[in-house]
Ligand binder design. Structure first.
Ligand code: MN3
Length: 201
């Protein structure tokens, strides 16, 4: 997955800001990536700079074991490091092309865990709608290697809870307010039109 050897950097997108139109609009994509995500990266680097050496540690390692992070920067790493990790994953699992339905072994696993892809989407949407305030909904693997749908508040990561995230949906208002205002349900519906299951598999 993500590997870092020095200062953390804002990852380039594999597609243009307007590539996901009409589902995800260009203006939101641009602000979300070049402002919101960039700010998480800048603030993460700012925090890590207080403890030379930590910037070369893989971010996933820090997030999996936040208690090992020095206390004076723990909250900053959790929030901004989490924001960097979560968004980096998010950009990777969406795209202008690709498979809009699960493929391969994962398709079969989703059917077994949730009944069908339609049922999975219903459960995932219900979890996304019920996130109060800002947060994320995830498809994860638990420690028994089974699929689960979970939600996390703010920029908390599934890693910190011992889960391996496969896909995540950002349900902060900054991810959808310009186009959908308060209509989170419509944003979730648009997400299924831009998700690329071939990358998740
Ligand atoms: Mn966001």
């Amino acid at each position: 997955m993500l590997k870092y050897t020095h200062m953390h950097e804002l990852p380039k997108l594999d597609y243009g800001y307007d590539a996901l139109e009409p589902h995800f609009d260009a203006r939101t994509m641009e602000l979300h990536h070049s402002k919101h995500h960039a700010t998480y990266v800048a603030k993460l680097n700012e925090a890590l700079a207080k403890h030379p050496g930590l910037e070369s540690k893989p971010l996933e390692e820090l997030l999996r074991d936040l208690t090992s992070v020095p206390e004076d920067i723990r909250t900053a790493v959790k929030n901004h490091g989490g924001g960097h990790f979560n968004h980096s994953l998010f950009w990777k699992i969406i795209g202008p092309t690709g498979s809009r339905i699960p493929v391969g072994d994962l398709a079969e696993e989703i059917n077994q865990a949730f009944g069908s892809y339609e049922k999975f989407k219903e459960l995932f949407a219900a979890a996304s709608v019920s996130v109060f305030g800002s947060g994320w909904t995830w498809l994860v693997r638990n420690q028994s290697n089974k699929l689960e749908i979970i939600s996390t508040p703010n920029q908390d990561t599934p890693l910190a809870l011992g889960y391996m995230p496969l896909l995540g949906l950002d349900v902060w208002e900054h991810a959808y307010y310009l186009k959908f205002q308060n209509r989170r349900v419509e944003y979730i519906a648009a997400f299924w039109e831009v998700i690329d299951w071939s990358k998740i598999n």
